[in-house]
Design a protein around this ligand. Structure first.
Ligand code: CDP
Length: 807
């Protein structure tokens, strides 16, 4: 028996299935420079497109003179809105139910907006031609501050909407209003606030930032005029959705459109939406009959493609004197820029912001969100988070600290008093979400023990005394954050994008010799899907992960899926993989029963084979069964071993985590050193711990960037002042501290393998941990809240405003 168990263990190891620190198979090509990105694609006769972009935040386009550009040798075409009008392609639908100008139609509404598209033999000629196009603008007053958007005298930004009293998300109350969205119990919350012993109120701004993937956005469009097929290679996080949208916009039948996402160098939400470059490249290829490539440069990416956040939140939190929260109210002013191009499920124009009661048992809450237009680039995407969850988490985690300060209760302690208890799951929040599983107190306690929180607070007390005596010029801050994410959209009944239900899919073909290929509706952008989906399948179907090829991103071969963003790959496509694997196994079981001449029920699964219960030496391995599937199946059964699963999740998954950050701030320079960062994540069943750690490291690095330095900084004319990576901070190894990672495991009860997503978690939990730490450093001096980003200059200004330093 012992030797049998050992052999099971040995076979399990060989599979490299769930829980294995399997090395990333993708890295073999990436580390050799053999990746295949959009800009690597080359086709005979391919042309290159480039944009003329608006230098103004708001202006009327009086005329466009393209004569000189067209005469430049090598230039093949120059497109403007006038050229697109006959095709009705000068405007396009956004994912949020708005429309966006493909090329400026009479007006420009943000700096960097697409005005004309030049097509030339190479990108250098295209760039020269861009410079030769003369656009006559009449500058208009720019509206940059969202708090001014709905003022009586605010300029009309969207001429096309100015008289419309309703939009895609209900009534509009001003010409620059996009929508009002409301959830929760307004009267009950007002009562809780009126009756509370303590109410803490704060304005919390989550600044506009940019997802900044290493590879910018781009595509190659190729129209085959002979057979009417359009192929579009591009940096798409959701290729099937792009195919459907491309068909609806262009009128080309969907079966004649093939969308391919090759390797993608990071997405972070930036590559979910449809950009004018895609439409222009398609039109140019249709007109000119050759492939047309468009790849934006870094400045274009920063200036014109989807931004994130820009949420201006006013919070009120009610509590008893011992810190028990009794109610929460929040109003958000959401700056959507010039067009509402937020990438949220249709019913959720403010994404999943209503997860803002966080990890706490809050009896009543009320949220209102007003979306407004400004003269800034459109977007509002889920930058490494699930649809506004980072904003929600930052809001509640700052509010809890503000309340803790007001009540003079330790921030970790006030969290412990309010955390949802293990026995309360599944837990229905005051704003309507059903949290699937959690063991929050254990996670918090583990994290506090790991960093020896009590000693850190002692050290901080001594540091403050020494500072008061003038013995040091450094202040120590300790940031605690506890977050709950909500990832894995669907279910279909709640979540769709442009009417497309948010399920996902996996199709598996097992070959006769016992290896397999699986195709999914998701797209990896560096998350290692080819490694980890194979691990899920290895455990499900008993074929070693190395013998399973994973393919994503080609709509001609992959089953329909809604793509990868908002950590939905594991919760939805991962579940589809497990379910498709189970179908394979069910068929294999019938074949095994036939070959072993027993009833199906007399068989049991053993790692990589079926064996007869009580007679373990009578068994058939998956390799044997795969071969039999092609030549010796039970009478009446179809040959072959294939399965497909379209998985509509019954609920989302709710990963969570407890983070602690320790900072040391030099008050005379504002220099803030991250001394320690501890991150405990619970993503349910862990597929590949090494990949999870990588995801957490990456997410924390982006959280560091956002919390400590990033902001898209516009002046009053709508000029983006930091439109290059010289001015917009992207952390390198030099600025990045070393991260300590840890975990607890609370499986999701409804996911086939108990897994929750993880890719977004560190950004959600990280940003508030950093910000709480910086705020905490000054808390004993009466500071309630100082806004992000906490760059050295702003931190120094905070110290100065508190009278700690002069200069
Ligand atoms: O949707 P996206 O791939 O961005 O996010 P995810 O589902 O959180 O997965 C990110 C990576 O972490 C994938 O390679 C997953 O397989 C892996 N992962 C894991 O190993 N275990 C989990 N419980 C969750 C994710």
């Amino acid at each position: 028996m012992t030797s049998e168990i050992e052999s099971s263990q040995a076979r399990t190891q060989k599979l490299e299935g769930l829980g294995t620190r399997r090395k990333r198979v993708e890295d073999i090509r990436f580390t050799q420079g053999k990746g295949n990105y959009v800009d690597d694609l080359k086709f005979p006769g391919m042309l290159f497109g480039g944009f003329v972009r608006s230098p103004y935040g708001h202006a009327r386009v009086k005329s466009i003179n393209k004569e000189a550009a067209i005469k430049l040798p090598g230039v093949k075409a120059v497109l403007t809105a006038e050229d697109l009008k006959p095709l009705k392609l000068h405007w396009m639908p956004t994912l949020a139910g708005d429309v966006q100008a493909v090329l400026a139609d009479e007006k420009v509404l943000f700096q960097g907006q697409e005005v004309a598209f030049v097509v030339a033999e190479d990108r250098y000629i295209a760039a020269d031609a861009v410079d030769l196009i003369e656009v006559d603008y009449e500058e208009l007053p720019a509206l940059v501050d969202p708090t001014r958007s709905m003022a009586g005298d605010a300029p009309v930004l969207r001429d096309d909407l100015k008289d419309k009293t309703s939009g895609a998300h209900g009534p509009r109350k001003h010409h620059n209003h996009v929508f009002t969205w409301e959830v929760g119990d307004a009267a009950g919350t007002a009562r809780a606030l009126a009756q509370a012993a303590v109410v803490a109120k704060e304005q919390i701004v989550y600044q506009r930032v940019h997802p900044c993937p290493l590879e910018t956005c781009g595509c190659v469009a190729s129209m085959n005029k002979v057979d009417g097929h359009l192929t579009l290679w591009g940096t798409f996080q959701a290729p099937h959705a792009v195919r459907t949208v491309a068909s609806l916009i262009s009128g080309i039948p969907e079966h004649k459109i093939r969308i391919v996402s090759p390797d993608i160098g990071g997405g972070f939400g930036n590559k979910v939406g449809v950009y004018p470059g895609y439409i222009c490249a398609i039109v140019a290829s249709i007109v000119l009959g050759v492939p047309v490539k468009w790849v934006e440069d870094r400045m274009e990416n920063l200036q014109a493609t989807a931004f994130a956040r820009d949420y201006h939140m006013t919070g009120e939190i009610a509590a008893s004197p011992d810190g028990r929260i009794t109610g929460l109210r929040c109003h958000v002013l959401a700056d959507h820029g010039a067009f509402d191009a937020c990438a949220d499920p249709t019913k959720y124009p403010a994404g999943f912001f209503s997860i803002c009661t966080g990890s706490y048992d809050i009896p009543v809450a009320h949220v209102t969100v007003d979306g407004v237009y400004t003269n800034k680039a459109p977007g509002g995407v889920a930058y490494r988070c699930s649809f506004r969850v980072t904003e929600a988490s930052y809001f509640i985690e700052r509010m809890i600290d503000v309340l803790a300060r007001k009540l003079a209760i330790d921030p970790a302690e006030i969290r412990r008093r309010n955390l949802i208890r293990k026995e309360q799951f599944p837990y229905r929040s005051a704003l309507g979400w059903e949290y699937d599983s959690g063991d929050y107190v254990t996670a918090l306690d583990k994290s506090l023990a790991a960093v020896d929180y009590a000693s850190l607070r002692d050290e901080q007390r001594r540091n403050r005394e020494a500072f008061a005596r003038g013995e040091t010029r450094r202040l120590m801050g300790i940031g605690v954050s506890f977050f709950t994410e909500i990832v894995g959209a669907g279910p279909i009944k709640n979540c769709d994008i442009l009417g497309l239900g948010m399920f996902d899919s996996c199709e598996i073909r097992v070959h006769p010799t016992g290896s397999a290929i699986a195709r999914l509706g998701t797209v990896s952008q560096g998350q290692g899907h080819a490694t980890t989906f194979a691990q899920i399948l290895a455990s499900e179907i008993g074929i070693p992960a190395e013998n399973i090829t994973i393919e994503e991103g080609d709509t001609d071969t992959a089953p329909y899926g809604l793509g990868t963003y908002g950590s939905r790959s594991t919760p939805v496509a991962g579940a589809a993989a497990a379910m498709a694997g189970r179908k394979i196994r069910a068929k294999a079981q019938m074949i095994a029963a036939y070959l072993l001449e027993v009833h199906d029920d007399d068989l049991e699964w053993d790692v990589d084979r079926f064996r007869v219960k009580g007679v373990p030496e009578m068994s058939k391995t998956m390799t044997e069964l795969a071969f039999a599937a092609y030549n010796n199946v039970p009478p009446g059964m179809e040959p072959g071993l294939e399965a497909v699963s379209y998985y509509d999740p019954p609920n989302m998954t709710y990963p969570f985590g407890a983070y602690v950050c320790v900072v040391d701030i030099d008050v005379d320079t504002g220099v803030t050193e991250i001394r320690r960062f501890y991150a405990l994540d619970d993503c349910g069943t862990r597929i590949n711990p090494m990949i999870i750690e990588g995801q957490v490291h990456g997410g924390l690095t982006e959280a560091l960037a956002i919390a400590m330095a990033q902001e898209m900084d516009y002046d009053e004319y709508g000029n983006l002042k930091n439109a290059s990576l010289l001015d917009f901070f992207l952390p390198t190894a030099v600025e990045t501290p070393s991260w300590e990672t840890d975990y607890t495991t609370t499986p999701s009860p409804h996911h086939p393998i108990g897994a929750k997503g993880v890719g977004e978690s560190p950004n959600v939990g990280g940003v508030s941990a950093f910000s709480n730490a910086v705020n905490d450093a000054f808390a004993h001096l009466g500071l309630t809240h100082t806004a992000m980003p906490h760059d050295h200059w702003r931190v120094w200004k905070t110290a100065q405003s508190l009278g700690l330093t002069t200069g």
